[in-house]
Design a protein around this ligand. Structure first.
Ligand code: NAP
Length: 334
């Protein structure tokens, strides 16, 4: 791969796309030329990259000529249609949707965990589900040390995880409630302001949602751990940005708070914020816009053998999407 590639962002105007552009800039990724692609609705808009305004172009079948790396975040259907086409033309696609994550020929990568899987790509590399990525940033180092068998977890997911329209929905509903006006709903089936929805993604016949099962399926693939089990409840909360996850993990080997802290304090991409006496623990308000995830509230699980409870929080627009994608791109040009 050319070490100063031509890069395209597909879905550049979206919640993730905008962060892709910012992250390329924040990490000083060597871009030769940046192409910004979205739907016909966005033609005429401009977005800034390194002080220059770049006009949005409409995504089309010939959008990938001369592009070395394409960062896709325009939904699964767009990925299914355009990612194979881009890859066929010689471009490497880093895809944020769930379209290819479980495809055996597509590496599913968190660079801190399985960067070497990138080498096996055949044109498409998948970025994991955001809640899974944030959880694994803390779980994987513990797995390396103590071998995880299973987890029970509940997520507290920010509205920006649903996209730009959901951010507007929370803002609008807060305004409506404060002004004493009726609440209108466009994105979520129920009011999200001053509420929590135990419903993220669509329901499966088992009663779990698709989002909830991603933790086990994607976790197995990323950690190369086919026996890993995860029982998860995903919850949408009225937080603008950054997901948090409460995890109870059961390990094969004995684990203590001290040994877990020693492991987590050295883990890449993770900060240990764990001093409850001083009221210090990770919170989405403070992990928002940060590259690193944070872990805290570490304690021995009182109901599991070799069990540990922890709370992990991270910016899902970054580690769960844009940052992880740019880190994969960095691996490609190494
Ligand atoms: N939000 C997150 O935290 C997160 C995390 C991980 C993965 N993802 C995944 O990333 C993808 C995008 O999510 P998002 O939250 O950024 O959504 P979003 O804010 O709704 O943005 C969607 C983007 O897709 C573009 N788009 C829609 N239809 C298109 C079309 N027909 N042709 C070209 N572009 C089109 C939109 O362009 P217009 O503005 O022109 O409509 C916009 O740029 C999804 O697959 C999502 O699952 C999101």
């Amino acid at each position: 791969m050319n070490n100063k590639p031509n890069v395209a962002v597909v879905g550049a105007t979206g919640a993730v796309g905008v962060e892709m552009i910012r992250t390329l800039e924040r990490r000083n990724f060597h871009v030769a030329a940046l192409t910004l692609l979205a739907s016909a609705r966005s033609v005429g808009k401009k977005l800034k990259f390194r002080g220059e305004e770049i006009a949005i172009k409409e995504l089309g079948r010939d959008s990938f000529q001369g592009i070395d790396i394409a960062l896709f975040s325009a939904g699964g259907n767009i990925s299914k249609e355009f990612a194979p086409l881009a890859a066929k033309g010689g471009c490497v696609v880093i895809d944020n949707s769930s379209a290819f994550r479980m495809d055996e020929s597509v590496p599913l990568v968190i660079p801190e965990i399985n960067a070497t899987d990138i080498k096996s790509h055949t044109g498409i590399i998948a970025n994991p589900n955001c809640t899974t990525a944030i959880t694994l940033m803390a779980l994987y180092p513990l797995h390396q040390a103590f071998h995880v068998n299973r987890i029970f977890a509940s997520s507290y997911q920010a509205v920006s995880g649903t996209g730009a329209k959901a951010i507007e929905e929370l803002e609008r509903q807060v305004g409506q409630i404060v002004a004493g006006r009726p609440v209108t709903k466009e994105v979520y089936p129920h009011q999200i302001a001053f509420n929590v929805l135990p419903h993220v993604d669509s329901f499966l016949p088992s009663g779990y949602t698709k989002e909830e099962m991603k933790m086990e399926k994607e976790g197995r693939k990323i950690m190369h751990h086919p026996a890993f089990r995860a029982s998860v409840t995903c919850v949408r909360v009225p937080v603008y940005r950054a997901h948090s996850v409460a995890v109870n993990a059961e390990f094969a080997k004995p684990v203590t708070v001290e040994t877990a802290r020693a492991v987590l304090s050295k883990a890449p991409g993770l900060d240990l914020v764990d001093d409850p006496e001083k009221k210090e623990y990770p919170m989405p308000l403070y992990t928002a816009e940060k590259f690193n995830c944070q872990v805290g509230r570490i304690r021995q699980d009182c109901a599991l053998d070799n069990g540990l409870c922890f709370w992990v929080s991270g910016d899902q627009l970054l580690k769960g999407a844009a940052l992880n994608a740019v880190q994969i791109a960095e691996e490609l040009v190494k």
